[in-house]
Structures are given as C-alpha cells and as structure tokens.
Design a protein. Sequence first.
Length: 214
Amino acid sequence: QQQQQQHQQQQQQQQNKAPLIEGIPRNSNGADYDYLFKLLLVGDSCVGKQELLLRFTEDGFPSHFTTIGIDFKIKTIDFEDQRIKLQIWDTAGQERFRTITTAYYRGAMGILVVYDVTDEQSFQNIKNWMNNIQQHATENVDVILVGHRCHDVENKVVETERGRELAEEYGRQFIEVSSRNNINVDEVFMMMTKLIYERLVHPVPIGKSIKKAV
C-alpha cells in the first residue's frame, strides 16, 4: 500500500509538470523550456506596441509577418524556478487587419491592451478592444491595461488615475510603461507571466489570496 501511495504521488508530480498550457517539460523531446505562454498585444495603431515588443525582446528571435498585420517574437525567462518561453504576438491596429487579428485572440493566454498616454483617442478606444477580447478570447484570459509612453510628461493627456480607474472598471490590472526610457517594460511582462502561471500552472489554494505583481 505504501508503494502504491508513492506511485500515486509520483504520478501527481508528473501531472503537475505536464504540458497543460502548451509548455513542454524541459526533459521531454529535448525542449529547453518548461512552459510556453502565448501573449497578445492589442491597441490602436501608433500606440507603440512594436516599440514595447522590441524593447523587451531585443535579444529574442524575430519572426516578421508585418505584411498580414501580425508580428511575433520570442523570449525565454526564468520564473519560479521554471523556464518559460513567451511567444508574444503584436497585432496591427488598422481596421483592415481586424479580421486577421481576431483569429489570434482565441489562442492567447494573456493580452496586453495598450494605449498611448499622449493620445486621448487611443484611450477612448480601449472599450472597443475590451469588447473584442470579450467576444473572441477565452473566458478566463488574463488581461493587463497598459499606458504607454509615460515618460512624455509634457504631452501626457491621460492621467494615471484615469487609467487605473478604467482597469478597475474591467476588473483588470494596470501599469504605465515607457519603451523609450525602459520604464516598467520587464515588469509588465513579468506581471503577465505571474498571472498566467498562478492561473494555469500553480493555482492558489482556495482561501489563500494571490499577491499581485508590483
């Protein structure tokens, strides 16, 4: 009976390590990562999604699909003693690409909704992007509202508190970033990694709270 219990424990440990979110255990098939997280960047054109992607993955492997409105890059990070490969898709904001980009919502585990703090209209259009997420993404997808170009204080028209209040209205996390000055760029992707990891890989037991990423 003791051997049977040990066998069951080993099976459970293996299940916890299993590729439940597209990730492949590092020792399986020679993969150099434990999990694969698919992320999506959405928002109006010219809010700086590509800048954000390049700043975070400048050492990553680029694959360009700009002719069809899609670009993705890959970066592998260490998190909770795990190697996690982030596959980050940058979607074009133009209406003519909307049909193509919506197809990528379904496979996304996390979505960064980006607006430009110096562009009021990009902030007003957040509701449209949130509606797209509700219509096309999986029900429990993790979402972070991102105010980009926070370094440009002189031209800032969307105050931080407005962004925070909108995020709270949708029940989402919020952060301001700057690709130009490298402010909170790594932090926003670590926030998203933490959200996905705690939801899919290592759920917090009932009755215990999840500490939000700073």
